[in-house]
Write a protein that binds this ligand. Structure first.
Ligand SMILES: [Zn+2]
Length: 53
């Protein structure tokens, strides 16, 4: 598991969560130009929580 700085997506159709692991496929699917650093005040992604409980 690789921890990364929290980021979230600015795409309107994405779930309102933030990611903080490198292995999260959902976070990995966010194009770099759609990534915004920080949590955005959102809850943590459940995939990330499973990767890094
Ligand atoms: Zn995630």
């Amino acid at each position: 598991m690789t921890k990364v700085a929290a980021f979230h997506s600015k795409r309107p159709n994405d779930r309102n969560v933030y990611h903080d692991t490198k292995e999260c496929t959902e976070g990995d699917n966010i194009e770099s130009y759609n990534r915004v650093s920080g949590t955005g005040g959102r809850p943590r992604c459940d995939h990330c929580s499973r990767i890094d409980p």
